[in-house]
Write a new protein. Structure first.
Lengths: 254, 274
C-alpha cells in the first residue's frame, strides 16, 4: 500500500517533469524560458550560475542542452531552438556563424588545456608528456576527429613524442571513464575534467599543453526569441561572477 | 463467431478479410522505416562516395565489422543453440527464471551491457583482475572484447527464435525415434537438428545483423581503435563529429550490408519465421 503510493507519487513527479519539458516553447510576458546550448564541459559552471540568474530575472527559467559542441552546432543549424550557444572550440561555433545564425560576434570567454589523468596516487609514476609513450602503459586518448583528440595530436606533433594508445575514444568523458574504471593507466583529458572527477583520479599537468589551448566562444543566436535575456546570460558568463566560477572549475581565462 | 472462424481459415487462400482501415497505420509504419533511410540516401555526397568508402579507416572498419560479427554469430550458434534446446526441452525447476535472465540483453541498453562486461572482465573487474595478475591478460581494448560485447547483445536473438522453432516442432518425431531405439544424442542429431534448421538459420541471421549494428556495449567495453576495435558503427559515430559526408557514406554502407543480409536470408528463413 505504502509502496504503491510512493510509486504513484514518483510517477506523478515524472509526468509533471515531462510536461514541463514539453511546454517549454511559448514565451509569455511573465513566464519565459531561456534555452542555452552548451558544451558538456560547461555543465558544472552553468548549473552553478543558473540559480542566481533566475533569481535576478524573475519569471525566467533557464533550460540547458548540454552535449558535444559539434552535435549542438548541427542541431542549431538544423533549427534547434537555441537562444544562446557556448561551444568548446571555435570551429563548431564557425559552423553556426557560417550559417548566418550568430547575432554579432562570438566572444571567447574561457580556455581549456589538456592534462594527463591517472588513477589516484599515479601508480605508474607518470611525470611528463613523454612518459605517455612508455611501452608498458595502457594510454587512452580522444580520436583526432574530436577537439580533445586534435589537441592531443597537435601536442604530439609539437613535441615529436608519438603515443601508442590502446583506444581513441569518441569523447572526453569516455576517455576519462577508461581511467576511472582502472582499465587504462593514463589518459589525456581537459584540466576541467580532472577537476570535476575529484578524488577518483589524479591529474598531471605538463607544460607542452600550452601548444594546444582550446578557446570557448559564446554567442547569442540570430533572431533568438529570447534575445534580451540571452544577452543578459551572456553578460553573466563573461562578467566577474562567470569568470570566478569558470576559474574554480579549472578553466583558464582568454 | 462462426463467420470469423470461416474467414480465418480461408485467409491464406482467398485474401479475404483484410480490413481497409489497417492500411493507414500500416502505411505509416512503413514510411517511418523507409523514409529516414531514403533521407540518408538523398544526403549522400555521390561524387565523393568512392573516396569516402575506400579510405583506409573505412576498409579497416568494414573488415573488422564483418570478421567480429561472423565470429560472434558462430559463438551464438555454438553456445546459444544448446541453451535454446535446454530452455525448450529441459525439465528443471527455475527454467523460467533462467529464460528471463537470457532475455536481459534484449531489454537493457547496450551500453549497460558494456559496463557490466567491463566490471566483470575489466582490469579491476571480478574475473579480469585475476586474469591480469595470473596471466597478464587484459580483455578490454582487444578484438576479442568486441566479439564478447557483440555475443552478449546478440545471444537472445538466436536463443529466442530457435526456442520458438523447437516448441513449434514439438517432440513427436523425437518420440518416434526413441521408440525405434535411438539414443537421446542420436535423436537430437538426426531428428531435432534437421527439424529446426530454418529456425536456427533465421536466428543466426538476426544475431549477425544485431552484431553488425552493435555500438553501445562495444564503446563501453572495448574502446575504439582503428583496425582493432573500431567497427563500422563506431566509425560512423566518430566521423559525424568532423565529416558528416563520411558518416553518411558509411551509414549507407551499413544499410547496404544489412539489405544484403536480409536478401540472402529472406527466402528461406525470415519468411519461414511467421
Amino acid at each position: 500500500m505504502n509502496l504503491r503510493m510512493v510509486a504513484v507519487a514518483a510517477l506523478a513527479v515524472l509526468v509533471a517533469g515531462c510536461a514541463d519539458g514539453g511546454a517549454a516553447a511559448p514565451p509569455s510576458p511573465e513566464q519565459r524560458t531561456l534555452t542555452v546550448f552548451a558544451a558538456a564541459s560547461l555543465t558544472e559552471v552553468f548549473n552553478q550560475l543558473e540559480p542566481q540568474f533566475e533569481q535576478a530575472h524573475p519569471g525566467v527559467d533557464v533550460v540547458f542542452n548540454y552535449g558535444a559542441s559539434s552535435d549542438l552546432a548541427q542541431q542549431i543549424v538544423n533549427g534547434g531552438p537555441a537562444d544562446l550557444f557556448a561551444a568548446a572550440n571555435t570551429s563548431t561555433m564557425k559552423t553556426v556563424s557560417d550559417a548566418g545564425l550568430v547575432d554579432g560576434q562570438p566572444t571567447v570567454f574561457a580556455t581549456n588545456v589538456l592534462e594527463i589523468v591517472t588513477p589516484p596516487g599515479n601508480p605508474a609514476g607518470i611525470k611528463s608528456f613523454a612518459d605517455l609513450a612508455r611501452p608498458d602503459l595502457k594510454v587512452v586518448v580522444c580520436a583526432p576527429q574530436v577537439p580533445c583528440g586534435s589537441a592531443a595530436e597537435k601536442i604530439e606533433k609539437a613535441t615529436g613524442v608519438t603515443l601508442n594508445p590502446v583506444s581513441e575514444e569518441p569523447d572526453v568523458k569516455s576517455t576519462l571513464g577508461k581511467v576511472t574504471t582502472g582499465n587504462a593507466d593514463a589518459g589525456l583529458v581537459y584540466a576541467t575534467d580532472v577537476n570535476a572527477a575529484g578524488n577518483t583520479v589524479q591529474g598531471v599537468e605538463f607544460p607542452e599543453a600550452e601548444q594546444a589551448v582550446n578557446d570557448y566562444p559564446i554567442a547569442v543566436i540570430a533572431n533568438a526569441p529570447n534575445a534580451d535575456i540571452a544577452h543578459a546570460f551572456h553578460q553573466l558568463v563573461t562578467g566577474a561572477e562567470g569568470k570566478a566560477a569558470l576559474q574554480s572549475a579549472g578553466f583558464g581565462s582568454p | 463467431m462462426t463467420q470469423a472462424a470461416v474467414r480465418r481459415s480461408g485467409d491464406h487462400d482467398t485474401g479475404v478479410g483484410l480490413p481497409r482501415l489497417l492500411w493507414v497505420p500500416a502505411a505509416l509504419a512503413f514510411a517511418l522505416i523507409a523514409l529516414p533511410v531514403a533521407g540518408l540516401a538523398l544526403r549522400v555526397d555521390w561524387p565523393r562516395l568512392p573516396e569516402l568508402l575506400l579510405s583506409e579507416s573505412a576498409l579497416d572498419a568494414l573488415r573488422l565489422s564483418l570478421l567480429t560479427a561472423a565470429v560472434s554469430t558462430a559463438l551464438c550458434v555454438v553456445l546459444g543453440g544448446p541453451l535454446a534446446v535446454v530452455l525448450a526441452r529441459g525439465r528443471v525447476r527455475g527454467l523460467r527464471v533462467l529464460r528471463s535472465v537470457v532475455l536481459l540483453p534484449l531489454v537493457l541498453p547496450p551500453v549497460v551491457g558494456g559496463l557490466a562486461l567491463l566490471f566483470l572482465l575489466g582490469r579491476t573487474g571480478l574475473v579480469g583482475r585475476g586474469l591480469d595478475i595470473a596471466f597478464g591478460i587484459t580483455v578490454p581494448f582487444t578484438t576479442a572484447s568486441v566479439v564478447l560485447a557483440q555475443t552478449f547483445v546478440a545471444l537472445p536473438f538466436l536463443v529466442v527464435s530457435l526456442e520458438g522453432a523447437l516448441r513449434t516442432a514439438g517432440r513427436r518425431y523425437e518420440a518416434v525415434a526413441a521408440t525405434l531405439g535411438a539414443a537421446p544424442w542420436l535423436a537430437f542429431r538426426r531428428v531435432t537438428v534437421p527439424l529446426v534448421l530454418p529456425g536456427l538459420a533465421s536466428g543466426a541471421v538476426l544475431a549477425f545483423a544485431r552484431c553488425l549494428g552493435e555500438f553501445g556495449a562495444t564503446i563501453a567495453f572495448a574502446g575504439s581503435l582503428q583496425g582493432t576495435t573500431r567497427t563500422l558503427p563506431l566509425l560512423v559515430y566518430l566521423e559525424r563529429e568532423s565529416d558528416v559526408d563520411a558518416a553518411v557514406a558509411l551509414s549507407l554502407l551499413l544499410v547496404v550490408v544489412a539489405v544484403v543480409v536480409i536478401a540472402v536470408a529472406r527466402p528461406r528463413t525470415v519468411e519461414g519465421f511467421r
